[in-house]
Write a protein that binds this ligand. Structure first.
Ligand code: DAT
Ligand code: MG
Length: 151
């Protein structure tokens, strides 16, 4: 398994509901490395670009309204197999189908208020991090715990 990067975003409902610390701590505790973090009011054009693969869906306008309705927390995380692992930690798109123990399974009820985003492939991880972060906003660093997480 290779070291990958993924884009994780706490959506406006997660921020409004005071779930920022709870959500970040799940990725921290797992052992992944945070390389970028900011609170950000997303402009409409960026939300449309991020979700461009869904632009023909009937729910697209509602999705864009939701994502731009308040600040989001943008994060870049790095680690071995982090893309698929983060998707497992997040749980199914519809929170009612998400397993207990996952973020959506524990903290959300509806698809349109599913509190968090995670990239669905390593390619999209890179694409989304480049879309949401400017040069200089990411940190290349070595956590002291690294040898206790990676062999
Ligand atoms: P995920 O966020 O699990 O990767 P996705 O990429 O298929 O799911 O869709 C992106 C977001 O769009 C999803 O988090 C919530 C919204 N969405 C997806 N399917 C939907 C639907 N059937 N009705 C309303 N919103 C939907
Ligand atoms: Mg997706």
């Amino acid at each position: 398994m290779e070291v990958e990067e993924t884009y994780i975003m706490i959506k406006p409902d997660g921020v409004q509901r005071g779930l920022v610390g709870e959500i970040i701590s799940r990725f921290e505790k797992k052992g992944f490395k945070l390389t970028g973090l900011k609170l950000f009011q997303c402009p409409t054009e960026l939300a449309q670009e991020h979700y461009k693969d869904l632009q023909s869906k009937p729910f697209f306008p509602k999705l864009i309204n939701y994502i731009t309705s308040g600040p989001v927390v943008c994060m870049a995380w790095e680690g071995v197999g982090v893309v698929a692992s983060a998707r497992k930690l997040i749980g199914a798109t519809n929170p009612l189908n998400a397993e207990p123990g996952t973020i959506r399974g524990d903290l959300a009820v509806q698809t349109g208020r599913n509190v968090v985003h995670g990239s669905d492939s390593p390619e999209n991880g890179k694409r989304e991090i480049a879309l949401w972060f400017k040069e200089g906003e990411l940190c290349d660093w070595t956590p002291v715990q690294e040898p206790w997480v990676k062999e």
